[in-house]
Design a protein around this ligand. Sequence first.
Ligand code: CAA
Length: 400
Amino acid sequence: METPSIMATTIPPRTDAQDDEALMLAAVRELVAKRVAPRAAEIDERAEFPMDLKNLFAENDLLGIPIPSEYGGLGGTFLTYVKVVEEIAKACASSSLIVAVQELGMLPILIGGSEAQKRQYLPKLASGEWICAYALTEASSGSDAAGSMRTRAEHRGDSYVLNGTKIWITHGSIADVVCVFAVTDPSKGPNGISAFIVEKDFAGFHVGNKERKMGIRGSPTVELNFNGCIVPASNLLGAEGEGFKIAMKVLDKSRPGIAAQALGIAAGALDYAANYAKERVAFGKPIGQHQGVGFLLADMKTEVEAARLLLYEAARKCDEGAPDVTLWAAMAKLKCGDVAMAVTTDAVQVLGGFGYSAEYPVERMMRDAKITQIYEGTQQIQRLVISRAIVGKGKPPTPA
Ligand code: CAA
């Protein structure tokens, strides 16, 4: 009897979508090698937003990958989107944020917007004609995003008037449009927060101080001031009081983007360290052949691949609209952020003194990795989200 072919029975045929994704990733790898990697050190050094790369990504349809085609996006999957962010981040973390933050800024409109709002804003954002940002964080409300929010929005006639200050707003200084979260009813806690689409030309919108940062220096992070900022009531996203839930649903889809950035940084650092370890000779052989370095690289590789599997599963959950997407997004962000920090630190170690020098890219990668453990929810917040998914939030104790 003929032995059945294992290959024929276990490997499903490739789908058109997989072929499209492979073609896109091959094109992105080429763009990254030719246009992004050569600029990465300079972008970091000059701390300047690379507008040329934003235009390059826009020309190559990378800014609206999972946005449906009827709104000008590519109609691709979240899985493809995270793989693209990862590829760019292997060479330049700042540049990967151009893709990731455009997604973050668009998601409130995609998730909470009316048909008219989607048609008005998404095509300009997906094409890259406009840049967008997401403004949730305030000086007193980082992790406790709902409980300590101070920015107020008052309904007056056919407008809302916004007063307050947002901080740490990625791309806030270059954004044409910002999705802003503000309190409309302070008596209702998280259910008294609403979301607004604010254009940079609306009266009372001002860009404040720019942060000087350890890493992702080519990605401007600023304060935004709303001084009696007049926003048409038609720019309210969803209904009054739905803003916090919109903000959280956005993070469920955007945290995998930051996880992808973290994974890319780790993979780029591993690649550089591995090549170095093959070439650098000490005690008569390449340092990778010494067990101390070889085992370090083995652990780095294993962690990167484990993080990748978790991230891709989280992205699939986003595509499926799975009910446990909050959990998976948090786990992906937690794992990939921690792997990025550990792997880049070890990559510096593999290069020794050269790793500590700005002449080599791994010190930049290590500085860039740190933010992935902080923004879009600190690692402690991810653990909170994960533990609540396991054991629930619980109720505050009732006074005796
Ligand atoms: N989807 C839908 N609804 C959600 C939700 C989700 N993922 N998470 C919470 N909600 C709902 C809850 O069900 C609850 O609704 P009800 O009142 O109807 O029951 C409501 O929202 C309030 O939720 P919680 O009680 O869980 O709220 P909480 O105050 O305990 O805080 C938190 C929850 C998870 C800690 C949240 O505040 C959080 O994620 N904090 C971190 C904020 C963060 O990530 N900031 C990043 C800023 S963006 C950034 O960094 C971007 C950048 O620069 C690139």
